[in-house]
Design a protein around this ligand. Structure first.
Ligand SMILES: Nc1ncnc2c1ncn2[C@@H]1O[C@H](COP(=O)(O)OP(=O)(O)OP(=O)(O)O)[C@@H](O)[C@H]1O
Ligand SMILES: [Mg+2]
Length: 353
Protein backbone atom coordinates (compact mmCIF):
# COMPACT_ATOMS: atom_id res chain seq x y z
CA UNK A 1 0.00 0.00 0.00
CA UNK A 2 2.78 2.40 0.95
CA UNK A 3 4.68 1.69 -2.24
CA UNK A 4 1.59 1.99 -4.38
CA UNK A 5 0.59 5.37 -2.94
CA UNK A 6 4.18 6.54 -3.24
CA UNK A 7 4.25 5.63 -6.94
CA UNK A 8 0.94 7.24 -7.73
CA UNK A 9 1.70 10.47 -5.87
CA UNK A 10 5.25 10.75 -7.19
CA UNK A 11 3.86 10.49 -10.67
CA UNK A 12 1.36 13.18 -9.72
CA UNK A 13 4.32 15.49 -9.05
CA UNK A 14 4.38 15.29 -5.25
CA UNK A 15 7.44 14.86 -3.13
CA UNK A 16 6.82 11.87 -0.90
CA UNK A 17 8.44 10.46 2.19
CA UNK A 18 7.17 7.12 3.34
CA UNK A 19 7.27 5.56 6.78
CA UNK A 20 6.11 2.18 8.01
CA UNK A 21 4.57 3.12 11.33
CA UNK A 22 3.43 6.22 13.21
CA UNK A 23 6.59 6.52 15.28
CA UNK A 24 8.77 6.67 12.18
CA UNK A 25 6.40 9.19 10.59
CA UNK A 26 6.51 11.44 13.64
CA UNK A 27 10.29 11.55 13.49
CA UNK A 28 10.10 12.74 9.86
CA UNK A 29 7.41 15.26 10.77
CA UNK A 30 9.52 16.74 13.51
CA UNK A 31 12.30 17.48 11.04
CA UNK A 32 10.42 18.99 8.14
CA UNK A 33 7.14 20.62 7.28
CA UNK A 34 4.77 18.39 5.30
CA UNK A 35 1.52 19.57 3.72
CA UNK A 36 -0.27 16.25 4.10
CA UNK A 37 -0.02 13.02 6.07
CA UNK A 38 -1.68 10.00 4.48
CA UNK A 39 -2.10 7.22 6.96
CA UNK A 40 -3.84 3.93 7.47
CA UNK A 41 -6.21 3.72 10.41
CA UNK A 42 -5.15 0.35 11.60
CA UNK A 43 -1.46 -0.05 12.21
CA UNK A 44 0.66 -1.92 14.70
CA UNK A 45 1.87 0.39 17.48
CA UNK A 46 0.28 3.83 17.39
CA UNK A 47 -2.78 3.67 15.13
CA UNK A 48 -4.07 6.25 12.65
CA UNK A 49 -6.28 8.20 15.10
CA UNK A 50 -3.35 8.27 17.55
CA UNK A 51 -1.08 9.64 14.84
CA UNK A 52 -3.76 12.20 13.93
CA UNK A 53 -3.86 13.42 17.51
CA UNK A 54 -0.08 13.84 17.59
CA UNK A 55 0.00 15.63 14.24
CA UNK A 56 -2.77 18.03 15.30
CA UNK A 57 -0.73 18.85 18.37
CA UNK A 58 2.74 19.16 16.92
CA UNK A 59 2.13 20.21 13.30
CA UNK A 60 -1.20 22.10 13.34
CA UNK A 61 -0.83 23.24 9.72
CA UNK A 62 -0.36 19.75 8.32
CA UNK A 63 -3.52 18.04 7.07
CA UNK A 64 -4.19 14.35 7.76
CA UNK A 65 -5.97 11.99 5.38
CA UNK A 66 -6.86 8.58 6.75
CA UNK A 67 -7.38 5.40 4.79
CA UNK A 68 -9.73 2.70 5.94
CA UNK A 69 -11.53 -0.42 4.83
CA UNK A 70 -15.33 -0.27 4.87
CA UNK A 71 -15.35 -2.05 8.18
CA UNK A 72 -13.54 0.87 9.81
CA UNK A 73 -15.79 3.58 8.46
CA UNK A 74 -17.09 4.59 11.88
CA UNK A 75 -13.57 5.15 13.09
CA UNK A 76 -12.85 7.23 10.01
CA UNK A 77 -15.86 9.45 10.56
CA UNK A 78 -14.86 9.80 14.19
CA UNK A 79 -11.37 10.78 12.99
CA UNK A 80 -12.76 13.52 10.78
CA UNK A 81 -14.57 14.87 13.82
CA UNK A 82 -11.21 14.92 15.54
CA UNK A 83 -9.63 16.97 12.84
CA UNK A 84 -8.71 14.64 9.99
CA UNK A 85 -9.05 16.44 6.70
CA UNK A 86 -10.51 13.53 4.72
CA UNK A 87 -10.75 9.76 4.64
CA UNK A 88 -10.45 7.33 1.79
CA UNK A 89 -12.17 3.97 1.84
CA UNK A 90 -10.13 1.18 0.38
CA UNK A 91 -9.96 0.25 -2.40
CA UNK A 92 -9.80 3.67 -4.03
CA UNK A 93 -8.80 4.81 -7.48
CA UNK A 94 -5.75 6.76 -8.44
CA UNK A 95 -7.93 9.81 -9.21
CA UNK A 96 -9.57 9.77 -5.80
CA UNK A 97 -6.21 9.61 -4.06
CA UNK A 98 -4.70 12.43 -6.13
CA UNK A 99 -7.80 14.57 -5.74
CA UNK A 100 -7.89 14.22 -1.97
CA UNK A 101 -4.17 14.88 -1.58
CA UNK A 102 -4.34 17.90 -3.85
CA UNK A 103 -7.09 19.47 -1.76
CA UNK A 104 -5.22 18.61 1.44
CA UNK A 105 -2.09 20.33 0.13
CA UNK A 106 -4.09 23.40 -0.85
CA UNK A 107 -5.73 23.54 2.58
CA UNK A 108 -2.40 23.21 4.35
CA UNK A 109 -0.85 25.98 2.24
CA UNK A 110 -3.84 28.15 3.12
CA UNK A 111 -3.35 27.40 6.82
CA UNK A 112 0.19 28.68 6.58
CA UNK A 113 -0.81 31.79 4.67
CA UNK A 114 -3.54 32.59 7.16
CA UNK A 115 -1.17 32.22 10.07
CA UNK A 116 1.35 34.50 8.42
CA UNK A 117 -1.17 37.24 7.71
CA UNK A 118 -2.58 36.97 11.23
CA UNK A 119 0.89 37.36 12.70
CA UNK A 120 1.47 40.32 10.41
CA UNK A 121 -1.78 41.93 11.54
CA UNK A 122 -0.99 41.45 15.23
CA UNK A 123 2.47 42.92 14.68
CA UNK A 124 0.97 45.90 12.85
CA UNK A 125 -1.54 46.56 15.62
CA UNK A 126 1.15 46.31 18.25
CA UNK A 127 3.27 48.80 16.36
CA UNK A 128 0.33 51.16 16.00
CA UNK A 129 -0.29 51.01 19.77
CA UNK A 130 3.38 51.61 20.48
CA UNK A 131 3.25 54.51 18.04
CA UNK A 132 0.33 56.19 19.78
CA UNK A 133 1.84 55.93 23.24
CA UNK A 134 5.29 56.96 22.05
CA UNK A 135 4.02 59.96 20.23
CA UNK A 136 2.07 61.20 23.24
CA UNK A 137 5.04 60.67 25.53
CA UNK A 138 7.52 62.22 23.17
CA UNK A 139 5.48 65.34 22.57
CA UNK A 140 4.93 65.78 26.29
CA UNK A 141 8.60 65.35 27.00
CA UNK A 142 9.93 67.55 24.26
CA UNK A 143 9.12 70.93 25.79
CA UNK A 144 10.38 70.06 29.25
CA UNK A 145 13.50 68.60 27.74
CA UNK A 146 14.31 71.68 25.76
CA UNK A 147 14.04 73.74 28.97
CA UNK A 148 16.31 71.27 30.80
CA UNK A 149 18.78 71.42 27.94
CA UNK A 150 18.84 75.22 27.93
CA UNK A 151 19.34 75.37 31.70
CA UNK A 152 22.02 72.71 31.50
CA UNK A 153 23.88 74.68 28.84
CA UNK A 154 23.64 77.76 31.02
CA UNK A 155 25.02 75.90 34.02
CA UNK A 156 27.75 74.32 31.96
CA UNK A 157 28.85 77.71 30.68
CA UNK A 158 28.97 79.09 34.23
CA UNK A 159 30.94 76.07 35.34
CA UNK A 160 33.54 76.68 32.63
CA UNK A 161 34.67 79.88 34.27
CA UNK A 162 36.28 79.21 37.58
CA UNK A 163 34.36 76.24 38.95
CA UNK A 164 36.03 73.04 40.09
CA UNK A 165 36.51 69.98 37.89
CA UNK A 166 33.74 67.99 39.51
CA UNK A 167 31.18 70.70 38.76
CA UNK A 168 32.31 70.78 35.13
CA UNK A 169 31.96 67.03 35.00
CA UNK A 170 28.47 67.06 36.47
CA UNK A 171 27.16 69.82 34.21
CA UNK A 172 28.79 68.09 31.25
CA UNK A 173 26.95 64.87 32.13
CA UNK A 174 23.62 66.71 32.37
CA UNK A 175 24.08 68.28 28.93
CA UNK A 176 25.19 64.96 27.48
CA UNK A 177 22.27 62.92 28.81
CA UNK A 178 19.75 65.64 27.98
CA UNK A 179 21.01 65.45 24.40
CA UNK A 180 20.54 61.69 24.41
CA UNK A 181 16.98 62.07 25.66
CA UNK A 182 16.31 64.73 23.08
CA UNK A 183 17.46 62.49 20.26
CA UNK A 184 15.36 59.62 21.60
CA UNK A 185 12.26 61.84 21.66
CA UNK A 186 12.99 63.02 18.14
CA UNK A 187 13.27 59.37 17.05
CA UNK A 188 10.00 58.54 18.79
CA UNK A 189 8.24 61.41 17.07
CA UNK A 190 9.75 60.42 13.73
CA UNK A 191 8.72 56.84 14.27
CA UNK A 192 5.15 57.56 15.21
CA UNK A 193 4.37 60.31 12.73
CA UNK A 194 2.09 59.34 9.89
CA UNK A 195 4.03 58.78 6.73
CA UNK A 196 2.46 60.64 3.84
CA UNK A 197 4.87 59.90 1.09
CA UNK A 198 5.62 62.78 -1.24
CA UNK A 199 6.59 60.72 -4.22
CA UNK A 200 8.34 62.01 -7.28
CA UNK A 201 10.25 60.06 -9.91
CA UNK A 202 13.75 59.82 -8.51
CA UNK A 203 16.94 57.85 -8.65
CA UNK A 204 17.95 55.51 -5.84
CA UNK A 205 21.58 55.91 -6.83
CA UNK A 206 21.56 59.63 -6.15
CA UNK A 207 19.76 59.26 -2.82
CA UNK A 208 22.42 56.71 -1.83
CA UNK A 209 25.18 59.11 -2.87
CA UNK A 210 23.53 61.86 -0.86
CA UNK A 211 23.42 59.69 2.25
CA UNK A 212 27.14 58.98 1.90
CA UNK A 213 27.90 62.69 1.51
CA UNK A 214 25.89 63.62 4.56
CA UNK A 215 27.95 61.20 6.67
CA UNK A 216 31.22 61.96 4.88
CA UNK A 217 32.99 63.42 7.92
CA UNK A 218 32.29 60.42 10.12
CA UNK A 219 33.15 58.00 7.32
CA UNK A 220 36.53 59.64 6.84
CA UNK A 221 37.19 59.76 10.57
CA UNK A 222 36.59 56.01 10.91
CA UNK A 223 38.46 55.27 7.67
CA UNK A 224 35.47 53.31 6.40
CA UNK A 225 35.97 52.38 2.75
CA UNK A 226 32.86 52.97 0.64
CA UNK A 227 32.62 50.78 -2.44
CA UNK A 228 30.02 51.60 -5.05
CA UNK A 229 28.56 49.01 -7.30
CA UNK A 230 25.70 51.06 -8.68
CA UNK A 231 23.70 50.11 -11.73
CA UNK A 232 23.76 53.24 -13.87
CA UNK A 233 20.88 51.92 -15.95
CA UNK A 234 18.58 51.76 -12.94
CA UNK A 235 15.41 53.58 -14.01
CA UNK A 236 13.83 56.41 -12.04
CA UNK A 237 10.61 55.49 -10.29
CA UNK A 238 8.31 57.21 -7.77
CA UNK A 239 10.06 57.59 -4.41
CA UNK A 240 10.03 59.96 -1.48
CA UNK A 241 13.65 61.12 -1.61
CA UNK A 242 13.66 62.70 1.87
CA UNK A 243 12.35 59.64 3.64
CA UNK A 244 14.62 57.33 1.66
CA UNK A 245 17.58 59.51 2.51
CA UNK A 246 16.67 58.91 6.14
CA UNK A 247 16.54 55.16 5.46
CA UNK A 248 20.02 55.00 3.93
CA UNK A 249 21.44 57.34 6.57
CA UNK A 250 20.05 55.10 9.32
CA UNK A 251 21.57 52.01 7.72
CA UNK A 252 24.94 53.72 7.26
CA UNK A 253 24.87 55.12 10.80
CA UNK A 254 24.37 51.59 12.07
CA UNK A 255 27.37 50.45 10.05
CA UNK A 256 29.51 53.28 11.42
CA UNK A 257 28.44 52.45 14.96
CA UNK A 258 28.93 48.71 14.43
CA UNK A 259 32.51 49.08 13.18
CA UNK A 260 33.48 51.92 15.52
CA UNK A 261 36.99 51.38 16.83
CA UNK A 262 38.00 49.23 13.86
CA UNK A 263 39.79 50.74 10.91
CA UNK A 264 39.71 49.85 7.23
CA UNK A 265 36.38 48.11 7.21
CA UNK A 266 34.31 48.27 4.06
CA UNK A 267 30.77 49.09 3.14
CA UNK A 268 29.52 48.14 -0.31
CA UNK A 269 26.55 49.90 -1.82
CA UNK A 270 24.97 47.96 -4.62
CA UNK A 271 21.98 48.67 -6.80
CA UNK A 272 20.58 46.46 -9.52
CA UNK A 273 17.43 45.83 -11.43
CA UNK A 274 15.94 42.35 -11.21
CA UNK A 275 13.08 40.89 -13.17
CA UNK A 276 12.02 37.78 -11.23
CA UNK A 277 8.35 38.29 -10.64
CA UNK A 278 7.77 41.74 -12.04
CA UNK A 279 10.42 44.39 -12.18
CA UNK A 280 12.19 45.53 -9.02
CA UNK A 281 15.05 47.76 -7.96
CA UNK A 282 17.27 46.15 -5.35
CA UNK A 283 19.59 48.03 -3.01
CA UNK A 284 22.04 46.13 -0.84
CA UNK A 285 24.27 47.62 1.80
CA UNK A 286 26.94 45.20 2.96
CA UNK A 287 29.49 45.93 5.63
CA UNK A 288 32.45 43.99 6.91
CA UNK A 289 33.53 44.00 10.54
CA UNK A 290 30.22 43.32 12.28
CA UNK A 291 27.90 40.42 12.89
CA UNK A 292 24.30 40.06 14.04
CA UNK A 293 23.48 37.04 16.16
CA UNK A 294 20.79 34.76 14.69
CA UNK A 295 18.76 35.17 17.87
CA UNK A 296 18.76 38.96 17.41
CA UNK A 297 18.10 38.94 13.69
CA UNK A 298 14.34 38.59 13.97
CA UNK A 299 14.16 41.39 16.53
CA UNK A 300 16.24 44.13 15.01
CA UNK A 301 13.35 45.65 13.04
CA UNK A 302 11.11 45.77 16.11
CA UNK A 303 10.79 49.15 17.77
CA UNK A 304 12.99 49.65 20.85
CA UNK A 305 15.25 46.70 20.15
CA UNK A 306 18.83 47.83 20.59
CA UNK A 307 22.14 46.38 21.70
CA UNK A 308 23.64 49.85 22.19
CA UNK A 309 23.91 51.65 25.46
CA UNK A 310 22.55 54.89 24.03
CA UNK A 311 20.46 53.52 21.18
CA UNK A 312 16.72 54.06 21.04
CA UNK A 313 16.25 51.00 18.85
CA UNK A 314 14.01 52.92 16.50
CA UNK A 315 16.37 53.32 13.54
CA UNK A 316 15.49 50.07 11.78
CA UNK A 317 11.82 50.27 12.79
CA UNK A 318 11.64 53.59 10.94
CA UNK A 319 13.60 52.12 8.02
CA UNK A 320 11.18 49.20 7.73
CA UNK A 321 8.14 51.44 7.91
CA UNK A 322 9.38 53.75 5.15
CA UNK A 323 10.41 50.83 2.94
CA UNK A 324 7.02 49.19 3.34
CA UNK A 325 5.25 52.47 2.62
CA UNK A 326 7.10 52.36 -0.70
CA UNK A 327 5.69 48.87 -1.28
CA UNK A 328 9.15 47.41 -0.69
CA UNK A 329 10.61 44.73 1.53
CA UNK A 330 13.74 44.74 3.65
CA UNK A 331 15.71 41.72 4.78
CA UNK A 332 19.00 41.14 6.53
CA UNK A 333 21.68 38.48 6.47
CA UNK A 334 24.77 38.09 8.55
CA UNK A 335 27.59 35.59 8.34
CA UNK A 336 31.05 34.77 9.64
CA UNK A 337 30.73 35.39 13.35
CA UNK A 338 34.39 34.93 14.15
CA UNK A 339 35.99 34.87 10.71
CA UNK A 340 35.30 37.74 8.31
CA UNK A 341 31.96 38.89 9.72
CA UNK A 342 29.57 40.67 7.34
CA UNK A 343 26.09 42.12 7.52
CA UNK A 344 23.90 42.77 4.46
CA UNK A 345 20.67 44.72 4.39
CA UNK A 346 18.75 44.18 1.18
CA UNK A 347 15.81 46.31 0.09
CA UNK A 348 13.60 45.34 -2.83
CA UNK A 349 11.43 48.07 -4.36
CA UNK A 350 8.86 47.04 -6.92
CA UNK A 351 8.97 49.24 -10.01
CA UNK A 352 5.59 49.87 -11.54
CA UNK A 353 5.66 48.94 -15.21
N1 LIG B 1 25.34 46.90 10.32
C1 LIG B 1 25.09 46.34 11.52
N2 LIG B 1 26.01 45.53 12.12
C2 LIG B 1 25.77 44.97 13.30
N3 LIG B 1 24.64 45.13 14.01
C3 LIG B 1 23.69 45.91 13.49
C4 LIG B 1 23.86 46.56 12.22
N4 LIG B 1 22.74 47.26 11.96
C5 LIG B 1 21.91 47.07 13.01
N5 LIG B 1 22.47 46.28 13.94
C6 LIG B 1 21.84 45.82 15.19
O1 LIG B 1 20.47 46.14 15.16
C7 LIG B 1 20.10 46.85 16.33
C8 LIG B 1 18.93 47.75 16.03
O2 LIG B 1 19.29 48.80 15.16
P1 LIG B 1 18.46 50.16 15.15
O3 LIG B 1 19.05 51.06 14.13
O4 LIG B 1 17.01 49.82 15.02
O5 LIG B 1 18.65 50.73 16.60
P2 LIG B 1 19.98 51.34 17.25
O6 LIG B 1 20.98 51.64 16.17
O7 LIG B 1 20.40 50.42 18.32
O8 LIG B 1 19.44 52.68 17.88
P3 LIG B 1 19.00 53.99 17.05
O9 LIG B 1 17.56 54.17 17.37
O10 LIG B 1 19.87 55.04 17.57
O11 LIG B 1 19.19 53.72 15.60
C9 LIG B 1 21.36 47.55 16.75
O12 LIG B 1 21.33 47.86 18.14
C10 LIG B 1 22.42 46.51 16.41
O13 LIG B 1 22.50 45.54 17.42
MG1 LIG C 1 20.43 52.70 14.46
Amino acid sequence: MVNLCEDILSEGGYEIRSATGSEEALVELSQKYFHVVLSDIQMPGMDGPGLLKEVRKTCPDTEVILMTAYAGLDTAIEAVRNGAYDYLTKPFTQEILIHSVRRGVEKSALNLKLKESQAHLVEKEKLAAVGTVSSWLAHRMRNSLSVILMCAHYLAQKAQSGAGDDLKEVTGAIVDKAHTLESITTDLITYSRPYDLQKTPGSLNSVLEESVSSLEAQIRLQKLRVIRNLDSELPSFPIDPHLLLEVFENLLMNVLQAVAGQENQMVTLKTERVNDSGSAAVVSITNTGSFIDPENIENIFKPFFTTKENGSGLGLAIVKKVVEEHGGKISVESSGKTMAPTVTFKIVFPIEP
